[in-house]
Design a protein around this ligand. Structure first.
Ligand code: HEM
Length: 158
């Protein structure tokens, strides 16, 4: 290891996303609000989740990340699963897709969760930041509390 550079000084490699600040705050206010991470997902100090790069190789059209985040509360009535987020290039721009939570644990079906807008690519050599807005399919995940087009947290890929 390079002298003076411990593992904590290294940027986290993966897709880092806070989902939506007001939603994370809402979960935090519920008496039984909880979050659970698995398959390599890491929770940073400021409630940003980092999903690790997936073992499958990326292609020019798809950047794949693994990991699972589950957010719950209201005695189990609120149960949100965000698993294996991918950034996919489509004809109408990049999107963030995740495994369709209604089919879980089947991992073959995916839904578009957010439309992405490249914000900044020059911060460091590899970092990319995307602004994210909710899709119609994503609105269903949040029980239609947010209309499609709602602004979500900025997403960072390192
Ligand atoms: C017993 C059932 C539920 C009750 C009593 C309840 C109650 C509430 C209340 C009072 C708020 C407003 C919070 C505030 O503005 O401070 C809220 C917001 C919200 N609830 Fe629930 N809720 C329930 C179930 C659910 C479920 C099943 C979901 C599914 C995802 C959900 C998702 C949300 C979202 C996304 C918001 C908006 C949070 C924000 O961004 O401010 N809730 N809920």
């Amino acid at each position: 290891m390079t002298a003076g550079v411990g593992p904590c000084a290294l940027p986290l490699v993966g897709l880092t996303w806070g989902i939506k600040r007001s939603f994370i705050r809402y979960i935090g206010t519920l008496p039984d609000g909880r979050h659970a991470m698995s398959e390599g997902t890491y929770l940073g100090e400021t409630s940003y989740f980092t999903f690790p790069p997936a073992p499958a190789p990326d292609t020019p059209q798809v950047m794949r990340f693994g990991g699972v985040v589950r957010l719950g509360g209201h005695g189990g009535m609120l149960d949100i699963l965000i698993a294996e987020p991918w950034v996919e290039m489509t004809g109408s721009g990049p999107i963030l897709s995740v495994i369709d939570p209604t089919g879980w644990p089947d991992r073959t079906r995916r839904i578009p969760l957010a439309e992405l807008h490249l914000w900044e690519a020059a911060h460091g050599l590899t970092e990319r930041r995307y602004a994210a807005t909710l899709t119609g399919a994503g609105a269903v995940i949040f029980d239609d509390h947010y209309p499609p087009g709602t602004e979500l947290d900025m997403l960072v890929i390192e």
